[in-house]
Design a protein around this ligand. Sequence first.
Ligand code: AMP
Length: 583
Amino acid sequence: MLFSELAHYFSRLEETTKRNALVEILAELFSKTPEDEVASTTYLLQGRLAPFFKPIEIGMGNNYVADAIARAFDADRTVVLQRFDRLGDIGAAAREMAEESGKAPRPEDTPDVRAVFDTLTNIATTSGAGSIERKVGDLATMLAQLDPLSCMYLCRIPVGKLRLGVGDPTILDGYSFAKVGDKSLRKRLERAYNETSDLGLIGETLWREGIDAVDRLSIQIGNPVRPALAERLPSAEAILTKLGPAAIEKKFDGFRCQIHKLGDEVRIYSRNLEEMTGAFPEIADATLAQVAAETAIFEGEALAYNPLSDEYLPFQETTRRRRKHNVADTALELPLRLFAFDVLYIDGDNITPLTYTERRERLQTLIRPGDTILVSEEIVANEASELITVFNDAVQGGLEGIMAKKLDSPYQAGARNYNWVKLKRAQSGELQDTVDCVVIGYIYGRGKRSAFGVGALLVGVYDQERDIFPSITKIGTGLTDAEWREVRERCEPYVSAEKPARVESLLQPSVWVEPEVVIEVLADEITRSPVHSAGMNGEKQGYALRFPRLISFRDLDKRPEDATTVQEIVEMYGKQGAKPVPA
Ligand code: AMP
């Protein structure tokens, strides 16, 4: 396929405000895509050259892209930068320059998707002395061969601004519709996706070898597995009634790490499947020293630890370790400990089908004693009082609460179900758990707050079935001035002139925001609401959060699709009011 044709699809996707229409356009695109371009087209749709977990970055900011545009169209760099200032989009600047140069080729005479993808990959892998010059040169050569619309989309990729608002489940639906005309393949595609996290691999396998081959894709070292997640229940009794005798572990509030070991090589992935190895050197070193297997995939929670006071630090402190600069200094100041709680793969064997009890035994022998990686402690509780003892102990130690795990359950990648149940401490008058929301808009304030450009946030949750973000509440109070400023800064790159296609809201904010920024919110209660769209789907009333307040920014470790789902909200609504432990 010509890149100019793909650019047309990008433009149709960008203009679309309905999720079903996105799926239709994707299905049409994929049905015309040759099998050897399905993977690259998929990554390009996400503005990338590889799946999210591969840290392949193009490494060119607006200024270098402006250099390339100037070179491609014999223009002055300052003219390009002026356009960029005026339009706020380096892609739009490229399009104008290409149109005005009068030199742009006709779309049908332009390079194909493969050529553009290969050029971008070359640019991304060029490093060392003189590499910037070569990157600019290669991008300029490609721009000179493309039509104006293609130039626009191409230039948005290096600067990370190709935002088409297409989520991973929407792409899976697009595959299914392209192949069979409905979404009946979605479940099978989703299983492969949960285990490999690589949409391009799944698309390519589907096109080359068919759906049965997709069914054979499974956990492999180097592909992060989408993490198993926990459900909620309101009390110790409810947990034991549902799970039977259950393993009880403390719930640590740090960063979830999934660690892959292949011989001497270690990769650490975050909960949102980003590679974080470089930020956590002591965990990588400890894996080599403490893991008794050639190959392994295991999971744990990393917490910052103060070696002087011998205390674990709260989440906000631990987040300082995610910064990518000064890693060595911060590692000395805030060393991490990892509480390993599950194992998925050992020496060539996928052990996710084993029971929790069997996996724990394997974990105990996998991790050798040491200072950095500790196997999280567990007890098996038959009685509520045993669970409550661990819960109180955890809360007294400043931890969040407990995780209860069903003894005979497998590890189910990407699933949130009652194999794992969390029980968190709560103040009276609060919901027992925070809700992870996605910012979808903001409303300008009056008075003091207008100085920060935001008066209230409109936030949504994730409707997993429909892959959209319906509104659930407005947050107008409880943020410090610094937090308002931070919200504004984080949302700025995602401001959208129109309602984004995957957002659903009856309320019209002053400014729409692409669903990208995840915040953790604590509310007093969930109420039914005629105003908010979460859970409305055909019914008259949706659900809303009452008295919501911001607890933390979670966009470092959660992608928008990791936000709390509508289904969870409905379940939390049904379980309100119970106390986790008797007063
Ligand atoms: P939440 O993010 O509130 O849904 O809680 C689930 C998260 O708790 C997991 O993703 C882990 O990051 C974290 N966690 C902390 N301690 C444990 C544990 N012992 N077992 C499993 N997950 C844990």
